[in-house]
Design a protein around this ligand. Structure first.
Ligand code: VIB
Length: 228
């Protein structure tokens, strides 16, 4: 069995739950509250920049030139493709660059990005790749599943088309292939770290949608009077 099949089997339950999340079900039906999608897309723009940085850091650790080119290319592609998608939706919702700059990353976004950056800096190359994989793989599966039963009149059609398109499929296939090769060459200790990093990122994907759906903000302490 390939290494990525193993990863899929271990995270099957969480991945099924991601498909069943109200965010994704309502998005598929075109019924997702635009305010929720707006909050999501703003957080996703923050996420994307951190994700591209993590890809670029991982690229710098790659053991061969084709892998450097693949990951650095995905970093550039992530910024380009997603900027287009985000500009489309931010324009539609009337979110200006200043509005965006005034909204800080959510706790879920910050946590996910920090995890990816940590994996790409402190982790070794296989671990970094395993942490980066769910972002590709889960979005492809969600994109395809939603595209199967969603009409062109769906307000989220541009988002759905991005993640169910051929160009994206190809970059996911390359990432799966790289992970399989790394998993096959790894010893047990490295493989265990890859499994852990992959599962943690799958959880972060779940958390990112959950937090967007509930429009979560940072918890703050109650204000209190200082006694002097
Ligand atoms: C939280 C979150 N996770 C994954 C993606 C999907 N995604 C973002 S960049 C990229 C690589 C190539 O474009 C992919 C697949 C997202 N948008 N938001």
């Amino acid at each position: 069995m390939s290494f990525t099949r193993d990863l899929a089997r271990e995270t099957a339950s969480l991945r099924r739950q991601i498909h069943a999340m109200p965010f994704n079900r309502e998005l598929a039906e075109g019924q997702l509250d635009p305010a929720i999608f707006q909050g999501y897309i703003i957080q996703d723009a923050h996420y994307l920049e951190g994700f591209a940085r993590a890809l670029a850091l991982a690229a710098s650790k790659a053991p061969d030139a084709p892998s450097v080119a693949q990951l650095a290319g995905s970093a550039a592609g992530a910024i380009a493709v997603e900027r287009e998608l985000h500009n489309h939706y931010m324009g539609l919702f009337g979110v200006s660059a200043d509005d965006f700059a005034a909204i800080a990353p959510s706790a879920a976004c910050d946590h996910y990005v920090s995890f990816l950056l940590r994996s790409a800096t402190i982790g070794d190359f296989p671990e970094a790749v395993a942490a980066l994989l769910p972002c590709f793989w889960i979005y492809r599966d969600i994109g395809h599943e939603i595209a199967q039963h969603s009409g062109s009149e769906n307000p989220y059609a541009a988002w759905i088309a991005t993640y169910s398109g051929d160009a994206f499929d190809q970059s996911v296939a390359r990432m799966l292939d790289l992970t399989d090769r790394l998993g096959a060459a790894a010893d047990d200790a490295v493989r265990a770290r890859m499994h852990r990093a992959f599962a943690r990122s799958c959880w972060h994907e779940w958390r990112f949608w959950d937090s967007a759906y509930h429009r979560e903000t940072w918890r703050q302490p109650e204000p209190f009077e200082e006694r002097v």
